[in-house]
Design a protein around this ligand. Structure first.
Ligand code: NFE
Ligand code: MG
Length: 568
C-alpha cells in the first residue's frame, strides 16, 4: 500500500490537499482537505445586511458574482422583499454569462490538459486534424491554416525548452491515450477558448460595471437605471452590444466545446466506469421569472441515487424542503461548535476555528461537512443536468442528446445517460449545461427587451428593516453547484451569516457518521498507474471543478509574516 499526498492540487482556486491510499494500482481510501481559512462569515457580524454582498463576493475570484447574488437573495428572503422583473432579468443575464465563461474555462484551461497531451500535438498532421474537426461539426475555426498556426506556435514554445504554464504537465503519461490529431484539435480550441471566455465575461462587465466582482447589485434589485435616451444608463445601444456578444458565443459552445467534450469522452470511454462516488444529487432552480421567485427558467431539485423517476423538485424561494434539509457537521473539520459537535442547521451555524494536525481519523480540513436530510450529496452541473432532465426541461434534453449522439458515433457504440455517473460524465454534463445556459442567456435578453418595451423601467425596491430578528436564506445554482447563504438580522444588523457553498458540499471531509464526502467517495477504485505521477487522481478531482476559496470562505498557527505590502 502506498500513501500519496497531493498538496496543493493545481489548476484550481485555493489550496486543496488530496491524500490517497493506493493498493494494486487502485485507490482504496481518500481524504479531501481544504488548507486555507478566511472566516468571511465572522467578518460580517454586526454589519449592515445591505453591504453583505460586497463582502461575500470577495470569497472567490473565480465565481465572483455568485456570492453577491446569493447574498442579496438571502436578505430579500428575510424581508419578504420582491425584486422588480427588470432586475431579475439583469441578474439572470449576469448569472448565465458568468456561468458560460466559467464552464468554458473549466473544460479548456482547468481540466483538458489532464486528458490532452500538448506535447503529442506536435506530432500531428494538421490536415488530418482539420479533417477530423470537419467530421465532428461545421465549426468555422477548424480551418487548416488556423490549426497549422497553432501547431507552429506550440513548436516554437516547446523548442525554447521552456514550457511555461505547461511545464509540469504529465506529458507522455501512460494514461494519455488520445491520437496526436485529437490533441492538436483540442490544443487549437484551448487557445481559442481564451477569446470566447472573454466575450462571455464582457457581458458581465457591461452590466456589472466591471468583472471580476460586479458593482451593480443592491438588496431589492440592481443599480442599473434604465433610460433608453440617456448615455449614462442602460440604453438600447448597450443592450444591443450585449446581444452582439451573445451571438458570438454560439459557434464556440455548440460547434467546438460540445463536440470536443463528446469526442474526448468517447475516446476515454473507460472513464465512464470510474468516479461516480455519491450518486444522490442536489441542485436548485435558477433564473427567476417573476418578482417573488416562484417561477424559474431552469429547474432544480433532489435526485436520490441517480434515479430520475424519484426526482423531487425544489420550487420557490420559500421552499421548506430545501430550507429544512441542510446541516453542516464539523467532527472532521477544523471548527468547534459550542455545546458539542453535533451537526447544525446554518441558521444556528457557527464559525469557530479550531486547528489541529492532519488527523486521518479526526479533524483534517477547513471545509465543513454539509448533508441534506443526513445524506451525503453531490452537487454541480451533473446534479443540475440530471434534475433538469428529470423535470422535462427540453433544452437540456436536446443538448444532452446531441452530446451523447456525437460521443456514441465516435465510440462506435451507444453511450447511455447512465454513463454520466462518472468522472467523464461530470465533464460532459458541464458542457451540456453551458449550451443550456447560452439558450437561457438569449432568452433572458429577449425577456428584458420585451419588458422594457412595455414601458416598465423599474429596477429597485427599497428594503426596510424591522426591529427584532428576521431570518432568510438565498440559493443560487452556481457553476459548481448549489450555493446557499443564510442570514439572521437583528435590528437591521447582521447577527449571524453562513455560506454553504458548492465546493463545501463536494470537497467536504467525512461527515459525523464517517461517510466520505463526494471527492473522497469518487476517488475509491480509481486506477493509478504510477503513484509518483497520479494523473488519474487529478482527473477525478478536477472533474468537480474544485474551488477551495469558495469552500472555506488563511490561518497560519505560527503567525508568520507571509507577505509585506507597501500602502501609499
Ligand atoms: Ni470559487 Fe464557487 C461558489 C464554489 S461557484 S468557484 O459558490 O464552490 O461554483
Ligand atoms: Mg460556510
Amino acid at each position: 500500500m502506498t500513501r500519496i499526498t497531493i498538496d496543493p492540487i493545481t489548476r484550481i482556486e485555493g489550496h486543496l490537499r488530496i491524500d490517497c491510499e493506493v493498493d494494486n494500482g487502485k485507490v482504496t481510501n481518500a481524504w479531501s482537505s481544504g488548507q486555507m481559512w478566511r472566516g468571511i462569515e465572522t467578518i460580517l457580524q454586526g454589519r449592515d445586511p445591505r453591504d453583505a454582498w460586497l463582502f461575500t463576493q470577495r470569497i472567490c475570484g473565480v465565481c465572483t458574482t455568485v456570492h453577491a447574488i446569493a447574498s442579496v437573495r438571502a436578505v430579500e428572503n428575510a424581508l419578504n422583499l420582491e425584486v422588480p422583473l427588470n432586475a431579475q432579468y439583469i441578474r439572470n443575464l449576469i448569472i448565465t454569462a458568468h456561468g458560460i465563461h466559467d464552464h468554458i474555462v473549466h473544460f479548456y484551461q482547468l481540466t483538458a490538459l489532464d486528458w490532452v497531451d500538448i506535447v503529442s500535438a506536435l506530432d500531428a498532421d494538421p490536415a488530418a486534424a482539420a479533417k477530423l474537426g470537419a467530421s465532428l461539426s461545421d465549426y468555422r475555426r477548424n480551418s487548416l491554416p488556423e490549426i497549422r498556426q497553432v501547431q507552429e506556435r506550440l513548436k516554437a514554445f516547446v523548442g525554447t525548452g521552456q514550457l511555461g504554464v505547461f511545464a509540469s504537465g504529465y506529458w507522455g503519461h501512460p494514461a494519455m491515450k488520445l491520437p496526436p490529431e485529437v490533441n492538436l484539435l483540442a490544443a487549437t480550441h484551448y487557445l481559442q477558448a481564451l477569446e470566447y471566455q472573454r466575450i462571455a465575461n464582457r457581458i458581465v462587465a457591461i452590466l456589472g460595471s466591471k468583472t471580476p466582482h460586479i458593482q451593480n447589485l443592491a438588496v431589492g434589485g440592481v443599480a442599473n437605471p434604465i433610460n433608453l435616451n440617456s448615455q449614462s444608463t442602460l440604453t438600447l445601444e448597450r443592450l444591443f452590444a450585449i446581444k452582439a456578444e451573445i451571438d458570438k458565443l454560439g459557434e464556440f459552445v455548440n460547434d467546438a466545446m460540445i463536440p470536443d467534450v463528446a469526442a474526448v469522452g468517447a475516446l476515454y470511454a473507460d472513464w465512464t466506469g470510474y468516479g461516480a462516488g455519491i450518486t444522490d444529487y442536489l441542485s436548485v432552480p435558477d433564473l427567476p421569472l417573476d418578482t417573488k421567485g416562484t417561477q424559474f427558467e431552469l429547474p432544480g431539485g433532489y435526485v436520490p441515487q441517480g434515479d430520475l423517476a424519484r426526482f423531487k423538485p425544489i420550487t420557490d424561494y420559500q421552499d421548506a424542503y430545501f430550507r429544512d434539509g441542510v446541516k453542516e457537521g464539523v467532527k472532521h473539520a477544523w471548527y468547534r461548535y459550542q455545546n458539542g459537535e453535533q451537526a447544525r442547521h446554518p441558521f444556528e451555524g457557527q464559525t469557530n476555528p479550531h486547528h489541529t494536525d492532519f488527523q486521518d481519523d479526526g479533524k483534517y480540513s477547513w471545509i465543513k461537512a454539509p448533508n441534506f436530510y443526513d445524506q451525503r450529496v453531490q452537487v454541480g452541473p451533473l446534479a443540475n443536468v440530471l434534475a433538469m432532465v428529470a423535470a422535462g426541461h427540453a433544452p437540456t434534453q436536446r443538448h444532452l442528446n446531441q452530446l451523447l449522439g456525437i460521443a456514441s458515433a465516435v465510440a462506435g457504440s451507444p453511450i447511455p445517460v447512465e454513463a454520466l455517473h462518472s468522472t467523464i460524465g461530470r465533464i460532459a454534463a458541464r458542457a451540456v449545461r453551458c449550451a443550456v445556459l447560452l439558450e437561457s442567456l438569449q432568452n433572458q435578453w429577449q425577456l428584458l427587451m420585451d419588458n422594457i418595451a412595455k414601458g416598465d423601467f423599474e429596477t429597485f425596491n427599497r428594503p426596510v428593516f424591522p426591529k427584532g430578528e428576521v431570518r432568510g436564506f438565498g440559493y443560487h445554482e452556481a457553476p459548481r453547484g448549489v450555493l446557499s447563504h443564510w442570514i439572521a438580522i437583528r435590528d437591521g444588523k447582521i447577527d449571524n451569516y453562513q455560506a454553504v457553498v458548492p465546493s463545501t458540499w463536494n470537497a467536504s471531509p467525512r461527515d459525523d457518521g464517517g461517510a466520505l464526502g463526494p471527492y473522497e467517495a469518487s476517488l475509491l477504485d480509481n486506477p493509478v498507474a504510477d503513484p509518483e505521477l497520479p494523473l488519474e487522481v487529478l482527473r477525478t478531482v478536477h472533474s468537480f471543478d474544485p474551488c477551495i476559496a469558495c469552500a472555506v470562505h488563511l490561518v497560519d498557527t505560527e503567525k508568520r509574516t507571509h507577505v509585506q505590502v507597501k500602502a501609499f
